[in-house]
Ligand binder design. Structure first.
Ligand code: SF4
Length: 389
């Protein structure tokens, strides 16, 4: 991607978001962020020109490390914030406020923010903050599920009743539009799917919000019927990488499960939930073969699965915390291919109904899919404001 940013030029928002998700954003203004949690997680959560985006924040030592210091800076403005490069404003960012439900506490004394967080407009929770892979040789190298538990920022197990209570408050006080519930993997044959589905049922019944639940492939595919019977709207079953050599190294437990097991599980899930309501994370930047990755994404799309392609988000405390995200050029190349397949198959953020694919903040793929459909929001790059360097 060539993003020549200068006064008077135009850049599309998607290109800027893809660039930020690779280069990161130095922050000189307060921003809502997420640390730890299952999967690839650490990020700042921003509305950039009205489009949701999570981007790696540089608030600490990387700011003094020239090689990794981002040229993009978030600065406070009178009404919200702005993203600048070389003193030139590129985009406006809506002011972020601490969600109001964070100030509430359950009857048994647990703060709501320890039960679920608001990710832009999606309520998100890791219902079981433990994973049978964590802390041993099977631990997924990009994951931070144990980090937030150790920090005391969450509780190990959230109950369906707690989650339902928080979901209603998040909907009413802060405008949450859906709920995304994930879980660490368990040793039980269902791998934790039934518990997260039970939590999803409680959230949906109490709040009416669409719900996505995420889990590892259960040993018996009949578990998927019970997940579907819980009334949740969408499922995420995350292979993380289609490159077997990479998977063996970064997620040995998932490698043992086997990529073909993911495909078999997805096929049954699509029969139950419908095309576009089953998704998998596909993380770029872990050494994978891009052509193999694109081909496997195509195969997934053909059976109705949305491969949610995202750049690696190095999580502090994870085994990959020192690995830099992939370049914007690399991710955009993969996004463009996969976005084309999604468009041909007729699935996208709107068909997902709930969850990571509905939200889209962690990827630039939806912007490119919209672009293929003719919509491309352009930013007019402003002239250098006085007093900014
Ligand atoms: S399966 Fe991997 S990504 Fe998921 S919670 Fe466990 S260690 Fe993290």
């Amino acid at each position: 991607m060539s993003t020549e940013l200068s006064a008077g030029s135009a850049v599309d928002v998607t290109s800027l978001i893809i660039e930020l998700q690779s280069a990161g954003l130095r922050v000189e203004a307060p921003v809502e962020s997420r640390r730890g949690g299952a999967g690839p997680s650490d990020s700042g959560m921003l509305w950039i020109e009205g489009i949701p985006a999570t981007v790696p924040l540089q608030t600490g030592p990387t700011q003094t490390d020239d090689a990794r210091s981002s040229p993009y800076v978030l600065k406070a403005e009178d009404d919200g914030q702005g993203i600048y490069r070389d003193g030139i404003k590129l985009a406006s960012v809506a002011a972020s406020h601490r969600p109001r439900f964070y100030d509430m506490t359950t009857a048994d004394g647990v703060p709501y923010w320890k039960i679920a967080l608001l990710h832009l407009d999606s309520l998100a929770s890791t219902v079981l903050q433990t994973c049978n892979y964590w802390g041993n040789s099977d631990q997924c190298r990009f994951c931070g599920i144990g980090v937030s538990l150790d920090s005391g920022n969450t509780i190990a197990k959230k109950t369906p009743a707690q989650l339902a209570e928080v979901a209603v408050a998040a909907r009413d006080l802060d405008g949450a539009v859906d709920a995304t519930l994930t879980t660490g993997s368990t040793r039980a044959p269902d791998r934790g799917a039934l518990y997260v589905a039970e939590c999803g049922r409680a959230v949906k019944e109490a709040s009416g919000l669409p719900v996505e639940v995420q889990f590892e492939p259960p040993h018996d595919l009949a578990v998927l019927d019970r997940v579907h019977g819980a009334g949740v709207d969408a499922v995420g079953i995350h292979v993380e990488s289609f490159d077997p050599a990479v998977l063996a190294h970064v997620a040995p437990g998932k490698f043992r499960t086997g990529i073909e097991t993911y495909f078999r599980t997805w096929e049954r899930a699509v029969e139950l939930f419908g095309a576009g309501r089953v998704s998998t994370y596909v993380i770029l930047g872990m050494g994978e073969d891009p052509d193999l990755t694109i081909a496997a994404c195509k195969r997934a799309v053909e059976i109705g699965v949305y491969p949610f392609v995202v750049p690696l988000r190095p999580v502090a405390g994870s085994l990959m915390e020192e690995v830099a995200p992939p370049t914007a050029e690399y991710t955009e190349r993969v996004y463009r291919k996969v976005a084309g397949y999604l468009t041909e198959r007729g699935i996208g953020a709107d068909t997902a109904v709930a969850g990571c694919v509905r939200c889209q903040a962690c990827s630039g793929i939806n912007g490119l899919q919209n672009e293929l459909s003719g919509g491309k929001p352009l930013l007019q790059i402003g002239s250098r404001p006085a007093g900014l360097s």
